[in-house]
Design a protein around this ligand. Sequence first.
Ligand code: AMP
Length: 575
Amino acid sequence: MEMWELMEEMTNNIDGEQEKVLADILSLNAHTEYLQRHGLAGNTDRESFKTRLPVVSYEDIRPDIQRIAGGDRSPILSALPLSHLLCSSGTSGGEKKLLPLVEGDLDRVEMFWRVMDSLMNWHGSGLKQGKTLKFIHVRKECETGAGIAVRYLLTSWYKSGHFLSKHHHYSTTHTSPVASIHCTDTFQSTYSQLLAGLADRLSVVQLSATFALGLLQAIRFLERHYLDLAMDIEKGTVDPRITDKDIRAALETRLTPDPENATHIRKECGCGQWKGIIRRIWPNAQYLEAVATGSMSLYVPVLEFYSDGLPLVSLAYASSECFFGINLNPFCKLEDVTYTIIPNLAYFEFLPVESPENCLQPAELVNLADVQMGKEYEIVVTTYSGLYRYRVGDILRVVSFYNKAPQFKFVCRGNVVLSIDIEKTSEADLQNAVAAAEAAHLIPHNTRVAEFTSYADTSTTPGHYVIYWELSRTTDQTEGFSADYLIGQCCLAIEESFDATYKEVRVYDRSIGPLEIKVVKNGTFDRLMDFAVSNGASVAQYKPPRCVKSDSLLQILDAAVVSAHFSPRPPSWSK
Ligand code: AMP
């Protein structure tokens, strides 16, 4: 059956599919210690599942995971043999987790990619054919004390037999040498992927990365290194900093001296104008593809600037715990992106957001087929790898239906919350407030927020919110830009955007002080990423934290502050 027909069938029978998946997971894992511990006793029906199994977070299953990591091969969570452990990026929600990957999980990942490919073939049938310049980086794998391999999901996929068996086909559809993908040195990997993508630039019809930030980093790398890259293109050589023998071998077969191409690259990159650089270097590119929703939406304007408005397709919603869904309307506007959950990947339940106090009441959870239009939920998964009723931490809103399948807008990560008193400010609240302040006070002065994060500073009395900003200018004109005044206005605009509870505690109770924006030097967020990477985070899966809690990150930020600004007055509030 064509992948597309399979999706049609599944989305028409969402509840039946889910019931089947649950029974499959529970019968397969009936003898695991976890299900026995909770008295499931081989029952595979929803009723027993919902009444006997608790809703859990990572902390609840950490002891079980630690046993698996410690080398206990008994069926603790899943009866399926463990392939290795996955390491979640831990950079968005702050906590890094180890998660089991079992035999068969990568088959589900492959099925997910195939649905996406078939969808893109369908929607892109009128587009030019050519190659994809996809920036991918794997990380060095490590081992637990008991010798169990720990990998990032993307590393796991790009090192798997599933991917490697298509190795030869890859070079006909993508410009990056597989050796570059497999190189764990970020400089060598990025340089060589760009070099190959520049040498073959007229074949490139699509540029892509897992996350929008990955695409942006690649273009910024081009800004810094285009002269060296152009030199290699001109001479058909490979820069001596590329010491990986496999990469050199792969590039040497692809490069021949091409002075004309080098002249074009130097001219376009050296003209001092980076607007539209993607179109000028890759004139046949028709769209960009990368996750651009949630925290990645911050990078959309700058990608639009670099690509001069090429469509940006945000296709997949996935995590290390589980792959969730895809955007069935890939060329829609970014604000309209929704993800349709693929119902045979796992069993999905939804915790209504409006009842946080009852969060852990298992009966409160709603089935995939029963979610209601307009409502927000936290997604909870039960997977083949042995996560049962596990809270992923993401909040989604139901905005439409495809056949019988609900389509979700990604709202935010639920656990990134600033709070000093009774107010709770979510990642989405913060992102919207920053966007509103930027639109009102910075964009008119050719300035944008390139990166931000936040911190609830309780060392002052009263405590107050601190927002760290890295700014970028869209032109060199600085006329009329009075930083102190405008950023003070931004502080106020952010406070005006927050909800009534924030304003009440800020204005009436005065238990929160004026919001502060600390502007940091350019490059500070790169240093935050370098710090995360040096502590083992994956470059490809990295998502900057929108709220920092760690002292080490705060030290990096505070050491880079160039100016600090406060709200000049309290926001408007009426009882
Ligand atoms: P990781 O911890 O590296 O496995 O990252 C998984 C997390 O990335 C998810 O739980 C989401 O919070 C975020 N994420 C993944 N895909 C998307 C998407 N399409 N839109 C917004 N956020 C996403």
